[in-house]
Design a protein. Structure first.
Length: 580
């Protein structure tokens, strides 16, 4: 039987599972695998990042955008521990990532060697699979098992590799199970589907809430909302599933949210919760609403709201079956009121696109982004106020993609996600959208974009503050402390790193900069100086006369420039009176 280098055999396993690039930084404890990657460089690309955290966040973004396993490595000790932030992002957003960890030679293990760590317990909590390779012969087998586990459990698989094992020769055998690995669709029980129909028929104020579980399901969602005459709300990670111009799409719930969505969920008498694990349901959903939950994971039932009916099954298939078996509803006051509320909201947002003052508002910046964005563009949004602006102001088509750090919500995911997007989809236009706080955490990896000639448009919204946290301190009525940021010229700084840089301080500079960015074949950084103004806090609207005095409402309107935007209850009451 022929022999093969154990490290090379392991890399071939990665290739068999469709891994075409892997992120990391070399180290002495990983050099045997680096040698294998060198010999397999025609099949799998090594992407040198400038910080392992960036590599892990990029691997997570690969998985979010493609559904395929992302791959990253770190050398023993600090290289490995630097991965943890990005791996938790993958774990908490439920995507498959394989992380390879270097380890000192097996003959040095347990001798307190240089950079030796007991890595298994460190990575136990973040992983669905966590093993140390014990023999050279088992190296490819263990990595194959790791990738299977990552897919099966939609999580992080960690493999620790003593450096000497990767240099050893072993007998060649194909241990990969990639060609035989199968997944299936869980079909809902018809009796469960039928049990949902009375809820749909009797509800006066129904809302459909969708998550990632209905990705690629817009056809079913559109038919369902129009057939049963109900609005739809999404989780942040589900942005892009429903085009933003859909007449029934109210946006997003929670704090990173829209006014129409939060109002509808607070008033709803039925919530159909499909393919989501939205963590703030107990805060923003009407506790008295009937609740139907559809998921492929029974462990999620009842986690976010008391559940009246649980349907174990694929979300898209369940929506199709409900349409097939249910009776079409007629338009009612609720359906029409939510559409009007949505139109008011969109008009209010666009009213700030044109300059009315010296400073540049985010709405004007997103107008330029939407203008130059190609129909299949990819957007990676960093965490903070920029997340709020992106979910409200990006007008996405059904062909575009969007991702962020959802449940873990780590700052600094923008640049890594952009790298991943451009590597996975080299022919598509890619934007990263970051605040100055998140951008500064990982800006060294603009060098990675430059090094691999990745024409990514990086937009920085600089307000000289950790604005999202500043708003939280405002809500708890404490002194604002630790949230101010030193101003920096990120355009000029990134020019020094090799990117095209623009620093925007006046409205007239916006269009030329974005025109240049759209034509550039290099990484671009557009640093837009915006005022430090809090986005409208739709999680705590002081607009409803049932709850607030006229004085409180006027004070709130003045502070946040609210106009021509009555609350949903008022609109609903008007429509109801017309039908009587």
């Amino acid at each position: 039987m022929s022999t093969i280098n154990a490290g090379t055999a392991m890399v071939k396993v990665l290739e068999s599972w469709g891994v075409d690039h892997i992120y990391g930084i070399p180290g002495g404890s990983f050099n045997s695998i680096m040698d294998a990657l060198y010999h397999e460089k025609d099949q799998i690309d090594y992407i040198q990042v400038r910080h392992e955290e960036v590599g892990a966040l990029a691997a997570a973004a690969d998985a979010k955008l493609t559904g395929k396993v992302g791959a990253v490595f770190g050398s023993a000790g600090p290289g490995a521990t630097h991965l943890i932030n990005g791996l938790y992002d993958a774990q908490m957003d439920h995507v498959p990532v394989v992380a390879l960890l270097g380890q000192v030679a097996s003959t040095s293990m347990n001798y307190t060697a240089f950079q030796e760590l007991n890595e298994n317990p460190i990575f136990a909590d973040v992983s669905v699979y966590n093993r140390t390779v014990m023999t050279p012969e088992s190296l490819p087998y263990v990595v194959d098992e790791a990738i299977k586990a990552a897919y099966a459990h939609q999580g992080v698989a960690v493999v620790t590799i003593p450096v000497d094992f990767g240099f050893e020769e072993i007998e060649w055998q194909d241990v990969s199970n990639a060609s035989t690995y199968k997944t299936g669709v869980i079909l809902p029980e018809i009796e469960d589907v039928k049990a949902a129909l009375p809820y749909l028929e009797q509800a006066q104020k129904p809302v459909l809430f969708i998550g990632q579980g209905v990705r690629h399901g817009y056809d079913q969602i559109k038919k369902f909302t129009e057939y049963f005459k109900m609005p739809v709300v999404a989780s942040v990670l589900a942005k892009g599933i429903v085009p933003d111009e859909d007449k029934n799409f109210l946006g997003f719930a929670g704090r990173v949210a829209t006014k129409p969505a939060n109002e509808a969920l607070a008033e709803a008498d039925l919530i159909l919760f499909v393919g989501s694990d939205f963590p703030f349901g107990r805060t923003f959903f009407n506790p008295e609403a009937a609740f139907i939950q559809v998921d492929i994971d029974a462990a999620k039932f009842g986690r976010r709201h008391h559940t009246d009916l649980a349907i174990l099954g694929d979300g898209k298939t369940t929506l199709e079956k409900l349409i097939e078996l249910g009776n079409e509803r007629t338009e009612n006051a609720w359906y029409l009121a939510n559409q009007e509320n949505l139109r008011n909201w969109r008009r209010w947002l666009t009213s700030f696109e044109e300059p009315t003052e010296q400073s540049i508002r985010p709405e004007a910046v997103y107008k330029e982004i939407n203008r130059i964005a190609e129909r299949d563009a990819i957007f990676v949004t960093d965490v903070g106020n920029t997340t709020i602006h992106s979910i409200r102001l990006l007008n996405m088509t059904g062909e575009q993609l969007h991702t962020t750090s959802g449940w873990f919500a780590t700052m600094g995911n923008g640049i890594p996600g952009g790298i991943a997007a451009k590597l996975s989809f080299p022919e598509r236009q890619v934007f990263t959208l970051s605040g100055d706080g998140g951008f500064a955490m990982v800006m060294q990896d603009i060098l990675t974009q430059v090094s691999y000639q990745l024409p990514i448009i990086n937009v920085v919204f600089s307000n000289d503050s950790f604005g999202f946290i500043e708003a939280e301190q405002e809500d708890t009525e404490q002194q604002k402390f630790g949230v101010s940021l030193e101003q920096a010229d990120f355009g000029k700084a990134c020019e020094a790193l090799g990117a095209d840089g623009f620093t925007i301080t006046h409205y007239e500079q916006l269009r030329p900069a974005f025109n240049a960015a759209a034509k550039s074949d290099r990484p671009v950084v557009i640093d837009v100086k915006i005022p430090n103004k809090r986005p409208l806090p739709v999680e705590d609207l002081h607009l409803d006369p049932r709850k607030y005095s006229e004085e409180e409402i006027e004070r709130f309107k003045e502070k946040y420039e609210v106009h021509d935007m009555p609350v949903l209850h008022e609109i609903y009451t008007q429509h109801l009176s017309k039908q009587l």
